[in-house]
Design a protein around this ligand. Sequence first.
Ligand SMILES: [Zn+2]
Length: 338
Amino acid sequence: MIENNIKDVENLLNEARVEIEKIKNLKDLEEWRIKFLGRKSLLNELFSKIPNFEISDRKILGTKLNIAKKILNELYEKTKEKIEKIEKKYNLSFPGKIVKIGNLHPITKVIDEIVQIFYKLGFGVVEGPEIETDYYNFTALNTPEEHPARDIWDTFYLKKEEGILLRTHTSPVQIRVMEKYSPPLKIISPGKCFRRDAFDSSHSPVFHQVEGLMVDRNIKFTHLKGVLSYFIKEFFKKEVKILFLPSYFPFTEPSAEMSISCVICDGKGCSTCGYTGFLEILGCGMVHPNVFRIVGYDPDVFTGFAFGMGVERLAMLKYGIDDIRYFYLNDMKFLEQF
Ligand SMILES: [Zn+2]
């Protein structure tokens, strides 16, 4: 008789263990508790039968039942704790974790802005290789070997004897585009350039330029002025005075250096503009007839203008950054501001 009851307790424990394994929430756990530990549970029923046994058997069954009750209580508490931990972990009413979203590098952002402004004027975007040949970087841009103007750009050569170099400007893209397409043309070309410059507050051996080229019949210097004036106003979002000063580049004639009234002090004079009230922004000019001849355009039929602007310079003026090195140090405190 008592053996059957002891067997019942063991079966009850086995059943309880199997069932609790499957439980994943507190509601199901409560049902389990009522079933195995509640007032109407089999365990309680067995407890109530104790007085019916011989005294010696009462002790055996009582001990067995007390151990079973302890085991069931422990199972219950352990499972409850486990479920609560998981539910807390996935509590949907908890405030969310703030995920850090990356942002574009200020140089990338400024290039995108420049591209957008010229896009509105109908300029297409073209990119060219950063590793160039002597021919595209110099010769085709009216700067043959031994030409003194080659010294303007301190060049990184990869294989000097084969004329393989890191482009010193984005102008080689002009040649590549004109070789491939016939006029009319309206393109800009953003990209990296390399020069053997010191790495100081205003120079970097790697920097970015945006090249521009427009070729058609009857393109005049006034078109260049119009396009660049529009660009500057859109880029700085304010009215600025524009000044063209004569300059020299082998691939443009006439050549000019474009300055704008200082966007920091509005032309009153400050340390950024060297108290002149003006800032040099870019180099430009009318495409040299020799460059047209090299790519097979007839300079008597077509004219065009070209310009090249330094992206870092524009970004520094736009955001009031006084040291070019900030762009390359990967300092998160700096980069996160953009
Ligand atoms: Zn100034």
